[in-house]
Write a protein that binds this ligand. Structure first.
Ligand SMILES: Cc1cc2nc3c(=O)[nH]c(=O)nc-3n(C[C@H](O)[C@H](O)[C@H](O)COP(=O)(O)OP(=O)(O)OC[C@H]3O[C@@H](n4cnc5c(N)ncnc54)[C@H](O)[C@@H]3O)c2cc1C
Ligand code: FES
Length: 810
């Protein structure tokens, strides 16, 4: 592969050729690359594309087949033959138009599509020589268009809304406020292409995304040195200009159910929620500090820009020696980032080179950047030091055996071949399962091994609910996700047209009932409808009270959360657009006012920034409600134990226990009388409230755990349950006390979180013999089963980075 540090960016556009004479014998051109030594000090794009001269050579390699097999092999059916012909004629505008008939994402696909598996695999040239470099030509067209901002002629984009006469570029809006409304959930490639097709077919389209950035894996998974973010943003922006609405910080299944989407006027829903649930290795030591899932590492670095730390707020720990386990695109991306962070990096793969699943180009680039490959080996155990930090790994050699269900030879361990290597960072890049939030909230959706079951058109088991991409396939590719999105858009268009909706019936109406029935919207009267979720939302601070100089109570505008939250659940916020994502327990909610209450203690940089917010300010992001509600049952007498700011988090739980008919005793601890929080509010929801202070300035003199023991001496009655919230040492000690009382006890845990939606695994905790994700399985767990030692260590993973961050803030 040719390597050079100059690219086509400054070259002149292709000149028209008078006569085209194919030259199939010319060698396939290799894209210009940033020299390896220039790559490691940042995130500059590595593949620089073709020069105009290379384009001239490459287009003449195309045989212009009468029946071009490449077009059929392209999952989007881009007219490859026609765009290459136009390119050969020097007509870049026509080449761009040809691609744009099928896809507005030439810049993205030209960079990340695995062309070798699709169009290039089918290219006739490949039978005897090398296939035409279709992907690189596509990218060239996109990049040249970007430079000269070609307008697309009316004919270029095919179908469109009937009441629009002219379409001259992606900046023409197709918005038609009388058209049926379609909700697309998730903003990855599957939804993006569906949005493109549906808006052109005349529908109103809203894309709902859980994260604060659009693009799915393109945004949180694929590094910017492979896909520069300005390309991603510009191509998504085309959809916005065409009239597609985007709503971030909205998690379907939590912010709103599918029934509610229908009830608010959406005529059909497409689920493109991806496969972001990371697989773990299931070996001892995988929760040590320094062990990441690829999703967590990549989300921290790509989405939260941890590579800029401390200029950015989110930290990441990449030590001197990194081992990335796996052989797919995630493994290459994680390894290449580790190299850029100065780590000696090895990709360990349990099969051989031939079985690697990553793009061939990425494997080559990883090697050029100094990533080592260790084939036919797998980790069996990880070892840490007394602080729980990863230090060493034990691995075992493998040989290849019979073919398994993946169609590849199965890896077979060689007994006695174990060996150990020192390591500071291990990244698990061994696959992902579909994101489960919508499935869990929609039991009528048929699933198989977590994947939503669909027919060829993407129809699920629920009428007018379609799905595609990784949520239906499991981890796959960008272009197959797009193919699914396109097929579903076609089917949605048909299904909605069959409904023959009068334009009035799709107009959203104000909500008047809280509950939604399955498939409620169509044919119902306006009085049963919900208002549609706002396409954008400001999370404004409506009220603020400083409880102590360090602890603030806020009322924040968050209508969907206010409607759906339950005691024990939390939100993830970012106070500013550069902040970390942090979880905060929902203290209360008011559906009528569309607001929730949060209490924030300034402990780190992000919480300090939040506490400084004032009435009228807005939080940059707020996502929720997240996590499982607390277990609230009628059990008789419940003891609620809280320390510090945990008292605020206890309020809704205590209130719910009492509402369920229990007697509630609240035992709370503070450092001193001045630190006592929310006493009045607590007394309003508990039958009995007792305080302890460490310095004895109020209530019981001692810790809250000592207060528990003291209280029990005078209250021997039977207890139905205990609920503990607060600092980890306090929860651990309180759980030890209730163990001796034989009282079922729940602890609300607060591990470090990133996405809060189950996609990174950063919040994993060990409960009994299982590893659980606190953000989706918790935050409440059986306190007698929690591994508090591990939890304590994991919450200290970034203490040093937090110190650096605070020093910069001061
Ligand atoms: C690190 C990495 C690198 C990759 N590199 C390549 C590559 O180079 N080439 C290639 O072809 N393929 C690559 N892949 C695979 C490819 O990215 C995926 O197959 C593709 O992105 C799937 O698209 P999707 O639209 O189905 O879902 P995704 O891209 O996963 O997008 C799903 C989106 O839905 C959101 N979401 C989930 N649940 C909800 C909810 N309840 N409500 C609202 N939003 C929700 C998620 O936050 C996410 O943004 C890579 C994958 C990874 C992980
Ligand atoms: S899985 Fe990412 S925070 Fe829980």
């Amino acid at each position: 592969m040719a390597t050079a540090n100059t690219g086509p960016i400054d070259g002149a556009p292709v000149k028209p050729k008078a006569k085209r004479k194919p030259n199939p014998k010319a060698p396939r051109q290799s894209v210009m690359l940033l020299a390896p030594e220039e790559r490691l000090d940042g995130c500059r794009e590595v593949a620089l594309g073709f020069t105009p001269e290379q384009v001239q050579i490459e287009v003449l390699r195309c045989l212009q087949c009468k029946n071009p097999t490449c077009v059929d092999a392209c999952p989007l059916h881009i007219d490859i033959k026609a765009f290459i012909l136009a390119l050969g004629d020097g007509d870049l505008e026509a080449a761009f138009e040809k691609i744009s008939e099928q896809s507005p994402f030439a810049g993205i696909c030209g960079r990340v599509c695995q062309h070798e598996l699709y169009c290039e695999k089918a290219c006739l040239m490949g039978k005897k020589l090398e296939p035409v470099a279709i992907g690189s030509l596509e990218r060239y067209v996109a990049d040249e268009n970007r430079k000269s901002k070609f307008e697309i002629r009316k004919s270029a984009v095919g179908e469109r809304a009937s009441n629009f006469d002219a379409f001259t570029s992606f900046s023409t809006s197709f918005r038609n406020s009388n058209a049926p409304r379609i909700a697309l959930v998730g903003s990855g490639p599957a939804s993006l292409i569906a949005a493109f097709d549906l808006i052109r077919k005349g529908h109103q389209v809203t894309v709902f995304e859980a994260l604060h950035e659009l693009g799915g894996v393109l945004s949180y998974g694929i590094p910017n040195f492979r896909l520069p973010r300005e390309i991603l943003h510009e191509e998504i922006d085309r959809l916005r200009q065409m009239g597609v609405e985007f709503r971030t910080d909205f998690i379907a299944g939590r912010s709103c159910t599918l029934d509610e989407l229908f009830a608010s006027g959406f005529a059909a829903v497409f689920l493109g929620t991806g496969a972001g649930l990371p697989h773990l290795m299931g070996i001892p030591g995988e929760n040590l500090i320094g062990v990441y899932t690829a999703n967590e590492l990549l989300t921290r670095i790509n989405l939260m820009q941890a590579y800029k730390f401390p200029q950015s707020d989110t930290p990441v720990r990449v030590g001197k020696r990194t081992v990335v386990v796996g052989g797919g695109n995630s493994a290459m991306d994680a390894a290449r980032w580790a190299r850029r962070m100065g780590s000696e990096t090895t990709i360990m793969f349990r099969r051989g080179r031939a079985e690697l699943r990553a793009r061939i180009e990425e494997i080559g680039h990883a090697e050029e950047e100094g990533v080592r490959f260790e084939f036919l080996a797998a980790p069996v155990r990880l070892f840490g030091d007394d602080k729980g930090t990863l230090r060493e790994m034990e691995c075992i050699r493998m040989k290849l055996g019979e073919q398994d269900e993946s169609g590849r030879p199965s890896p077979v361990p060689i007994p006695g071949s174990e060996y150990r290597v020192p390591v500071d960072t291990v990244v698990m890049a061994i696959g992902q399962s579909p994101n489960p939030t919508v499935q869990k909230a929609t039991p009528q959706l048929l699933t198989q091994r977590g994947k939503i079951v669909v027919d060829e058109a993407g129809q699920t088991s629920v009428p007018r609910v379609f799905a595609g991409g990784d949520v239906a396939r499991g981890g796959s590719t960008v272009i197959l996700a797009m193919r699914d999105g396109r097929a579903a858009a076609e089917a949605i268009d048909r299904a909605v047209k069959e409904l023959n909706l009068p334009s009035e019936s799709v107009e959203p109406r104000a909500a008047s009932v809280p509950a939604c029935r399955e498939q409620a919207a169509i044919g119902e009267t306006s009085s049963t409808r919900h208002s549609p979720p706002a396409a954008s939302h400001l999370f404004r601070i409506l009220a603020k009270r400083l409880i102590t100089p360090e602890i603030a109570w806020f009322e924040v505008e968050a209508p969907e959360v206010a409607r759906h939250w339950k005691p024990g659940q939390f939100v993830v916020i970012r106070p500013t657009a550069t902040s970390e994502r942090i979880p905060l327990t929902i203290v209360d909610g008011n559906a009528d006012r569309g607001s929730i209450e949060l209490v924030v203690q300034a402990v780190g940089k992000t919480s300090r920034t939040t506490v400084k917010k004032e009435v009228g300010d807005a939080l940059a992001d707020l996502l929720g409600p997240l996590g499982q509600p607390a277990t609230i049952e009628h059990v008789g007498h419940v003891v609620c134990v809280a320390g510090g700011v945990g008292v605020a988090e206890l309020l809704p739980v205590a209130r719910a226990f009492r509402a369920a008919g229990n007697r509630v005793t609240a035992l709370c601890g503070a450092r001193s009388a001045a630190q006592i929080l929310l006493d009045r509010e607590l007394r309003a929801v508990a039958d009995e409230v007792l305080w302890s202070t460490d310095d004895g300035t109020a209530g019981f003199n001692g810790t809250v755990v000592a207060l528990m023991r003291y209280w029990r001496v005078h209250h021997a009655e039977s207890l139905g349950a205990a609920h503990v919230i607060g600092p980890i040492p306090m929860m651990r000690a309180a759980a030890e006390v209730t163990r001796t009382w034989s009282v079922p006890t729940f602890a609300s845990l607060n591990p470090i979180m990133v996405d809060g939606t189950g996609m990174c695994g950063g919040c994993r905790v060990t409960v009994g013999d299982k590893v659980r994700f606190a953000c989706v399985d918790g935050p409440e767990f059986d306190a007698h089963q929690v591994d508090f030692d591990e939890l304590t260590r994991r919450t200290r993973a970034y203490v040093e980075q937090e110190r650096i961050s605070q020093e910069r803030q001061n």
